[in-house]
Design a protein around this ligand. Sequence first.
Ligand SMILES: *[C@@H]1O[C@H](CO)[C@@H](O)[C@H](O)[C@H]1NC(C)=O
Ligand SMILES: *[C@@H]1O[C@H](CO)[C@@H](O)[C@H](O)[C@H]1NC(C)=O
Length: 171
Amino acid sequence: MATSCSTSLLVFLFAIFSTLTCCSVASNEFQVGDSNGWAVPPQNDTNFYNEWASHNRFHAGDTLWFKYKKDSVMEVDEGDYTHCNATHPKLFSNSGNTKLKLGHPGTFYFMSGASGHCEVGQKMIVRVMVDESLPQHAKSSGYHIAISPTGLSQVLFFQFLLASFLGSLSN
Ligand SMILES: *[C@@H]1O[C@H](CO)[C@@H](O)[C@H](O)[C@H]1NC(C)=O
Ligand SMILES: *[C@@H]1O[C@H](CO)[C@@H](O)[C@H](O)[C@H]1NC(C)=O
């Protein structure tokens, strides 16, 4: 009895932990370029960052993490992106470690502010999806549903464990 009780307690704590974990990672952080970071792409690979972006799905609330050395990152409009015009960015950072939250669905344009880097492909278009998994009425009434289908099954699992734990206590 004592053993099964402490086992249940462990499972119970694990369930709480995984439930918390499930719902706090509702938004993701993406390291731009993965291990390459934010740098001049390999020679002739001018589409490097757009390919990286096309392999990911971005949602409102996700964060882009730019890691770089002796470089910078700018958010610009479409025209400046196309022409690598760095004269009036919407946002500029050269801290080497820039985290930008994608606050809303839409298209975002980024480029390096270092001279000549954008021209050889250190630029990127990021499209942030409208989250289709939210029911229409939930969107319009401003609800935030933090529980994904996986999260929901974890919550049900958690309730099941809680019930077994309380059951084992009353034995
Ligand atoms: C890059 O492109 C140029 C011109 O097309 C070519 O001469 C060069 O060999 C290419 N370099 C690489 C590494 O593919
Ligand atoms: C960059 O944009 C500014 C403002 O729109 C413009 O005056 C300038 O000529 C542009 N520079 C280049 C190189 O296109």
